[in-house]
Design a binder for this molecule. Structure first.
Ligand code: SER
Length: 310
């Protein structure tokens, strides 16, 4: 397989950290996003692409002889609830376009993330299994189930090598996310260092599954490169560590004792309440050797050290 990779949503939280690692491993990256990046761009090739524009996607896939599409562009959970029509267009139409373009251009592989948002209130909340009732209640979650199922359909019907990971909340010192329900786990660190005070938009006992970005990037690369024959599934749960805002607050306080917190739950509380508290990722561990390295202590130390050195 050649190593020409087209990435959608290249300015987003995950792409911006995945791209340098892919480049280091010898992939040629065609970074695409709906608008020009804010800062001076470090990628060699960047193209404007709105994932709703199928013709333009076709043109780029053919121009660069793409063999792998990483489809990260998505409207996240909280933003999706504020503008469901936008999420319907971007998340559903975008995924459909990626899969159809990949099939028609004989792209070898497509990766697109799913999320803990794919689960819903009827899903068992503790150690949520890989194969379980989903029935999400947010438009973002519905779009993630759509991505999983349509990708698996293209795998079954057209032998397109579709791969998907259900990410938990991803924690990184390198960007402040926007529009997600797990954003509190990053915001708390930034506010702790900037103001010494954090107003948390979910209550203190809201336990959610999380993962460090460094585990996310390494795991995603391992999953992308594993021999297809090892995969018994096309969609895998993966997780790092589950914690509540109160637990994170206590851990950050061991480094920054004067940190204050207030809990002011808003509409994102209702979203979080429909998601799992913890995830069973044994299928990923068994099939392709997934392993997280970070726990709450190491994530906290890494975040604080990294943010202090900025
Ligand atoms: N982090 C995402 C969100 O909160 C979940 O996939 O929307």
């Amino acid at each position: 397989m050649n190593k020409q990779v087209l990435i959608t949503g290249s300015s987003g939280q995950i792409s911006s950290e995945l791209i340098p690692e892919l480049t280091a491993r010898g992939y040629s990256i065609i970074a695409t996003d709906v608008k020009l990046p804010k800062t001076e761009f470090e990628y060699e090739v960047f193209e404007i692409l709105d994932v709703r524009q199928k013709k333009e996607m076709e043109r780029l896939v053919s121009k660069y002889d793409i063999s792998l599409i990483i489809h990260n562009a998505s409207i996240l959970s909280a933003k999706g609830e504020q503008d469901p029509s936008l999420a319907l267009d971007v998340n559903f139409e975008g995924t459909r376009n990626v899969l159809e373009v990949a099939r028609d251009a004989e792209v070898e592989k497509v990766f697109s993330p799913s999320s803990i948002a794919a689960f819903g209130p009827e899903t068992p909340k503790e150690n949520t299994p890989n194969d379980v009732i989903t029935r999400p209640k947010t438009i973002y979650g519905i779009s993630k189930v759509f991505t999983e199922l349509l990708g698996e359909y293209f795998w079954g019907k057209y032998q397109l090598d579709f791969r998907c990971l259900r990410y938990p909340g991803i924690i990184t010192p390198n960007s402040i996310p926007s529009g997600g329900t797990t954003d509190w786990a990053i915001e708390m660190f930034f506010e702790a260092l900037n103001n010494g005070n954090y107003r948390c938009f979910v209550n203190k006992d809201t336990q959610l599954p999380m993962m460090s970005m460094r585990d996310c990037v390494r795991g995603t690369l391992e999953f992308l490169e594993v021999d297809s024959k090892k995969l018994t599934h096309r969609t895998y749960n993966v997780t790092g560590i589950s914690f509540t805002p109160a637990e994170l607050y206590n851990e950050i306080k061991t480094h920054l004792p004067s940190l204050k917190i207030e809990y002011l739950p808003d509409y994102r509380q209702q979203i979080a309440d429909t998601w799992p508290k913890s995830i069973d990722d044994n299928f990923a561990r068994r099939d392709w050797g997934w392993q997280n390295s970070d726990d709450l202590k190491s994530i906290t130390k890494w975040m604080i050290d990294s943010l202090k050195s900025k």
